[in-house]
Design a protein around this ligand. Structure first.
Ligand code: RAM
Length: 360
């Protein structure tokens, strides 16, 4: 049977039968065949072949934390454009809530059933997706996490937006400067299980141990679940509970926007400082009306672009995810770091002086 018909037959089988059966009957054979054909002996033996040709006609599935979050719309669009440029196909699936881990698990299984060549996943939870992701990998599907990681053995590589340590520490540094190193502060985060936000918060807590913050007190971590309304209400609640609050860090684009909306229309505007991670387009008016002095972010489209290119490099056998391997993405050569981390670069700090230069 020609490979394309076999693929179609398997997809039909997967749709009409149990996942395990379909995957055993189809995925294992076809995927490893495809792998051996294109990636060369080195990759088939589990070694990277930096000279392997970049495959075309691949399908890469993007699975963000949440599909109706503008941050992921921009990131995934970057992935779609990169794949079009590389001659491969893009698809996107994902839950509409940032607290739907079982939904994310089903989407991983769907992509596995559909026999995509690679998937790029932003994990809502570090462990919940592991079984499904391992099953995908054992069927020859390459798994890249981007934005929010899973455990290291549940993916081939993680495309990280910036150093987590830098992000955590610089957000505290920005806020402390704005409040004159004195007063109560709070954090408005996304989902309680989010790997990326929790890692950044750990670095924020560590940064706060420095004696220069002895008069700064973290009084609460609230969770708005990357839901605009819940984030708005959580901000309101923080100020009711802590009337002396001097500042808020919100390391989520949804949270910081909702907090800025609340502060901007309240008596706290200009009195309670707000920083964190936001998009220039969302935050422009709050910088201009004096609600927010400075905040930071990377370019989400560039993150999606790099995730797509890493996925294709993995599926082409150019990299396997091991430390020290290199691959080209556009005109830049990236080197894989410890634990399979590929880092996009440094974030940008936005304020009144530069915000009009950015349009995302
Ligand atoms: C939200 C999401 C995403 C995070 C950004 C900063 O859109 O929580 O995971 O990276 O904020």
């Amino acid at each position: 049977m020609p490979k394309s018909s076999l693929r179609r037959a398997c997809a039909a089988l997967a749709a009409g039968t149990s996942l395990a059966l379909a995957l055993t009957a189809c995925g294992g054979t076809t995927k490893s065949d495809v792998q051996k054909e294109g990636a060369g002996a080195a990759a088939a033996a589990g070694k990277a072949d930096p000279h392997a040709v970049t495959k075309t006609g691949l399908t890469v599935g993007f699975l963000p934390k949440q599909v109706n979050n503008p941050y992921f719309t921009t990131a995934d669009k970057g992935g779609r454009q990169a794949l079009a440029e590389l001659g491969s196909k893009y698809k996107e699936v994902g839950p509409s809530s940032a607290t739907d881990t079982s939904g994310q698990v089903s989407y991983v299984n769907t992509l596995t059933q559909q026999q995509v060549d690679a998937m790029a996943v932003s994990a809502q939870d570090p462990g919940a997706l592991c079984t499904a992701l391992k099953q995908a990998m054992s069927n020859g599907i390459k798994v890249v996490t981007y934005d929010s990681d899973t455990k290291t053995d549940c993916r081939n590589a993680f495309v990280s937006q910036a150093s987590a340590e830098d992000l955590g520490r610089t957000e505290v540094q920005l806020l402390a400067r704005q409040i004159g190193y004195k007063g109560e502060i709070a954090i408005l985060s996304a989902a309680q299980t989010a790997t990326n936000q929790n890692t950044w918060i750990d670095f924020m807590k560590d940064e706060l141990k420095d004696p220069k913050y002895k008069d700064v007190k973290l009084v609460k971590i609230a969770y708005g679940n990357d839901d605009p309304q819940q984030s708005f209400q959580q901000t309101q609640g923080l100020l009711q509970e802590h009337p002396n609050l001097k500042g808020i860090i919100s390391p989520t684009t949804v949270g910081i926007k909702a907090a800025a909306q609340y502060l901007s229309g309240s008596k706290y505007r200009g009195k309670v400082e707000l920083t964190g991670l936001g998009t220039p387009n969302d935050m422009r008016k709050y910088v201009k009306n004096g609600t927010v002095e400075a905040f930071e972010l990377w370019d989400p489209a560039k993150l999606g672009d790099l995730a797509a290119r890493a996925a294709v490099a993995l599926a082409s056998g150019q990299i396997t995810g091991r430390e020290g391997e290199t691959f080209k993405a556009g005109s830049t050569t990236y080197t894989i770091g410890k634990d399979g981390v590929i880092s996009l670069g440094k974030p940008t700090v936005f304020d009144a002086r530069n915000i009009d230069q950015y349009h995302f």
